[in-house]
Design a protein. Structure first.
Length: 201
């Protein structure tokens, strides 16, 4: 009987290139987001947004956050049908947003405070997003090969279906954990260190 960690490793290794591409595009987006702040570009104005709070409602349940992140992950996967263009754009846009939001937050508050707000749930949420993007990129590759005549059909074979299914399940599980941590653990950690709830900051 194959252990769960071994099953995940077996499913992940074949898509290492797709995962690295996802991480690279996201990281590039963060760099651009930091550059936007450094260049004093009014990104919110360009997007037609009056206040950053519009992007981050304060009162969200764990279910709300999970559903939002699940939709984002689903977009990454479905984006494979656009030959990966939508997947890459979503990764890049999310990276830019993170860089744009976190840079002034670090400048205005302590680095520790920012890390407490992002890292506990981020260590679960980001891998889930990268996995979803990797699935999207794999779908894009399968579609490209089919269009070029390198494959007889677009549908992956059974072993690959199994691997992709495992990855999708892992991504969903990570998103569940991330949502619970963001709502119930992060505020507690922040309050333990700073004596105040981050929502009221």
């Amino acid at each position: 009987m194959v252990s769960f960690p071994a099953l995940v490793r077996e499913a992940t290794v074949p898509y290492s290139r797709e995962l690295l591409a996802a991480v690279g595009i996201f990281a590039f987006g963060i760099i651009v987001g930091v550059g936007v702040v450094a260049a004093d570009v009014d990104l919110l104005g360009l997007l037609g947004i009056d206040d950053l709070a519009e992007l981050f409602p304060e009162e969200l349940s764990a279910l709300d956050i999970f559903v939002n992140n699940l939709q984002a992950a689903g977009l990454m996967i479905i984006g494979g049908l656009t030959l990966g263009l939508l997947t890459a754009y979503a990764l890049f846009a999310n990276g830019v947003l993170i860089g744009f939001v976190v840079t002034p937050a670090v400048a205005e508050t302590e680095l520790l405070g920012t890390l407490l707000l992002l890292v506990p749930h981020g260590v679960f949420e980001l891998p889930a997003i990268f996995i979803a993007a990797a699935i999207g990129f794999r779908i894009a590759l399968l579609l490209t090969d089919r269009l070029r005549g390198r494959r007889e059909r677009f549908r992956p074979d059974r072993p690959e279906q199994r691997r992709l299914g495992v990855l999708a399940g892992v991504a969903v599980g990570l998103l569940v954990v991330a949502a619970v941590i963001e709502v119930y653990v992060t505020p507690t950690l922040f309050e333990a260190v700073y004596g105040t709830d981050p929502v009221t900051e």
